[in-house]
Design a protein around this ligand. Structure first.
Ligand code: ADP
Ligand code: ZN
Length: 732
């Protein structure tokens, strides 16, 4: 089909909508015509839906039956590269294009005209006004602020004066008011505002990256460097280069809680704060980000994985920080890995993508080794600080009491730190109070009624919680199985229980438990992280939440309570994850000017992963891990696809799976092996029975197409659902 740029009124057009019917629907162009990429408001049945013009009508329907699009929405047309990107994600993830378009238009009220808002600025003759202390505060805060026009709410938040003071100041003429569109551009960032002096390995890295940026073609860079080596400063230099070239930049961070520290660094470096995009941002602000990204009024966006689907018009650089982080993989709804899709987007935009990490994923490391990515390595910490000493504590020699997890050796080190007024971090990757609640009379373990999973006691909220479906229930008095009263007891520790031991052993120390479920909002978590950074906490007890790039300047000692947990089980990435996690957590110790120390408790100090952690020889670890994967033809040397068939009715799920199994021709032709159907390790979630297939195939084949053809051979009846997980990270 020949694609033209403009369609006159009543010309047939193919439109992609956010509705799950067909890939394209045919319409007639609206009054005044439309462009390829135009966002349209469309009639669909009795509803109005959003759609994007993809090309000329397909002609599958009689022209007389086609309806006219209602209007063109007043936003810039979707760019060619954006359309190619959405198609690429759809193909890669075997997901209908409609759902991908939905991901990229998750803003409300796109079709509504711009909303106006009232803003204030200081009158030029403000010095002539009579000043009260409150007015002085108001004026000085406004002068200090980077923006010259602020809303009432913003003024209250920066100055602390009440809205009444602002209203009175405006009435008196000290403040001038103005109406501007709510969706206004973000303050300009100055690439030359305050650059840092780089050390020599940083300058080399910056120079290399600048050369790639100059080429105006696709380059992927793995920026690897030990924690604290100054990777962030290096990629901020690349951000500066892009800004100088008038390009837009996207920085992806794995954790919303990380953004506040990052915002501060951006403000210090570029003199203003960037646009922010994640689920914690208000609906109105998200709409502003979306619109400004699409019209060039936002040059730098800091966001979570879904920011990748914003309609950038000139995206010159994408940074994926902590690229190994699993949270880049979206596991429900559209299943995609934002790190990989960032590389895809960058290749379509012919731009630069930087994947940064101290402990890269094996995938990226292999891509760097085989030359697909450029590899930049920062081997030393910035400045005086050096990497922590890492040692194991052999628990076989420690005679721990039952209900005790901190060994004498670790305890001694903790006491020493407390004496020196230094911080300690105890790492245990288990949320809640205890992972298991069992009846001492009959041995029954309390499990979730909807899932095939144990309930985990969360003493903080005084309930049992299922980590699969999130359901909670009160702790029963009697055993649900045998009815005995007072016989339920807990086995094993979670962070909440460890906190009790800490309280018992170090009663004078200020404790803080950092676990994702203990904070109602991203804001309160941010506040607590700030509190810790300022040194107001002596002992931090945390889950993997603490592994991520937080900067705790007073932290001297990291104790890993149980490194063995992560090594159990048969997960393909158990070793890789444990290694990354423990390296990351230990890296938190001694970041600024003190020598840090990490102590790792284990019953198996001779385990190869534990030995690798102790040696700290990353290169050697990745080499051996890569060798093992290659021998087994596992990713990244072979490819995997997970398929989950589920239904509230076990038989129906099984029938569907058996039908699939009967006809695997499309996959056989590729020499792909189909394993299953098998009961999923978690055989039931939220009342749905689950069966799994695992497809294993050699690399670089038309695997997605084969999978698409394969699943197309069956039709899903009743509540049977089928989920396709390309490059699965989880196998439960
Ligand atoms: P990474 O991202 O590799 O963990 P950072 O970029 O956060 O490392 O740097 C670690 C610390 O060193 C930070 O406090 C940072 O401000 C500081 N730092 C890094 N590079 C420089 C530099 N060139 N000049 C001054 N401080 C720097
Ligand atoms: Zn459950």
């Amino acid at each position: 089909m020949k694609v033209q740029d403009f369609y006159n009124e009543n010309e047939p057009i193919a439109v992609v909508t956010t509705e799950p019917f067909a890939r394209f629907l045919d319409y007639l162009a609206p009054e005044g015509g439309c462009q390829i990429g135009s966002f349209l408001l469309l009639p669909l049945g009795k509803r109005r839906v959003l759609g994007v013009v993809w090309g000329p009508g397909e002609g599958k329907y009689e022209r007389a039956k086609l309806r006219n699009a209602l209007s063109v929405i007043d936003v810039p047309p979707m760019s060619y590269t954006m359309r190619k990107f959405l198609e690429g994600v759809s193909d890669y993830t075997v997901t209908p294009l409609n759902l991908i378009l939905k991901l990229s238009t998750r803003v409300s009220q796109l079709h509504k005209p711009a909303v106006m808002q009232k803003v204030f600025h200081i009158a030029t003759n403000h010095s002539q006004f009579k000043k009260t202390p409150k007015r002085n505060l108001l004026i000085s805060s406004l002068i200090k602020s980077k923006k010259n026009m602020l809303t009432k709410k913003e003024i209250v938040s920066i100055s602390g004066v009440s809205t009444a003071v602002i209203t009175a100041a405006a009435r008196a003429g000290l403040l001038k008011e103005e109406l501007i569109p709510r969706d206004s551009p973000y303050p300009l960032l100055d690439p030359n505002f305050k650059p840092k002096e780089m050390n020599s390995s940083q300058s080399d890295a910056c120079k290399l990256i600048r050369d790639f940026q100059k080429q105006a073609k696709f380059s992927a860079i793995l920026l690897q460097g030990v924690t604290g080596s100054g990777k962030t400063e290096v990629y901020l230099d690349a951000v500066a280069t892009a800004l100088k070239n008038g390009e837009q930049v996207l920085v992806l961070l794995p954790e919303i809680a990380l953004t506040s520290e990052f915002f501060r660094r951006v403000k210090d470096r570029f003199g203003a704060i960037p646009a922010e995009w994640h689920s914690g941002v208000s609906v109105a602000e998200r709409r502003r980000v979306w619109k400004m990204v699409g019209s060039g009024g936002a040059k730098l966006v800091i966001g979570a994985r879904s920011a990748l689907f914003l309609p950038f018009m000139n995206l010159g650089l994408i940074i994926v920080d902590e690229e190994h982080d699993h949270s880049y993989k979206q596991e429900d709804g559209v299943i995609y890995n934002a790190r990989d899709m960032a590389v895809l987007r960058s290749s379509i935009e012919s731009s630069t993508v930087i994947l940064a990490s101290a402990t890269p994923s094996l995938e990226s490391w292999v891509n760097a080794k085989n030359g697909k990515y450029h590899h930049i390595y920062l081997a030393e910490r910035f400045g005086q600080s050096s990497l922590p000493d890492v040692a194991a504590i052999d628990l076989r020699k420690e005679s721990l009491q039952s209900n005790e997890w901190i060994s004498k050796t670790l305890e001694k080190s903790i006491l020493k730190c407390l004496d020196n007024k230094e911080q300690v971090l105890l790492f245990l990757n288990r949320r809640g109070y205890s992972p298991t609640t069992v009846c001492r009379a009959c041995g029954n373990q309390i499990s979730c009624s909807e899932c095939d999973a144990r309930m985990v006691e969360h003493r903080f909220i005084k309930r049992l919680m299922c980590h699969q479906c999130g359901d909670t229930k009160p702790m029963p008095e009697k055993c649900p199985s045998c009815g005995e009263i007072g016989q339920l007891s807990v086995v094993g520790p979670g962070v909440e229980r460890l906190a009790e031991e800490v309280q018992h052993k170090f009663p004078a120390a200020v404790r803080s438990v950092l676990s994702s479920d203990l904070y109602g909002s991203a804001k309160s978590l941010k506040a607590e992280i700030q509190n810790i950074s300022e040194g107001n906490v002596d002992i931090i007890i945390g889950t993997q939440l603490v592994a991520k790039g937080h900067n705790f300047p007073k932290l001297r000692l990291v104790g890993v309570i149980d490194v063995d947990i992560g090594l159990q089980g048969s997960d393909l990435r158990a070793s890789e994850r444990t290694y990354q996690l423990v390296r990351q957590v230990s890296g938190r110790a001694g970041r600024v000017d003190n020598q840090g120390k990490a102590l790792i408790q284990t019953y198996q100090p001779e385990h190869p992963v534990v030995e690798a952690i102790l040696k700290g020889n990353d290169e050697e670890f990745w080499k051996s891990e890569a060798n093992q994967r290659e021998l087994a033809a596992m990713p990244p040397f072979g490819r995997l696809v997970g398929i989950i068939v589920s239904s509230s009715n076990f038989e129906k799920a099984m029938d569907t799976a058996n039908q699939l199994k009967k006809n695997t021709d499309a996959l056989d032709r590729l020499s792909a092996k189909v394993y299953g159907p098998a009961l999923a390790p978690v055989a039931r979630i939220k009342g749905r029975h689950r069966l799994r297939f695992l497809i294993k195939s050699p690399k670089n084949l038309g695997l997605q197409e084969a999978v698409r053809n394969w699943v197309a051979t069956i039709s899903l009846k009743g509540d049977v659902r089928l989920v396709i997980d390309i490059d699965p990270q989880t196998f439960y």
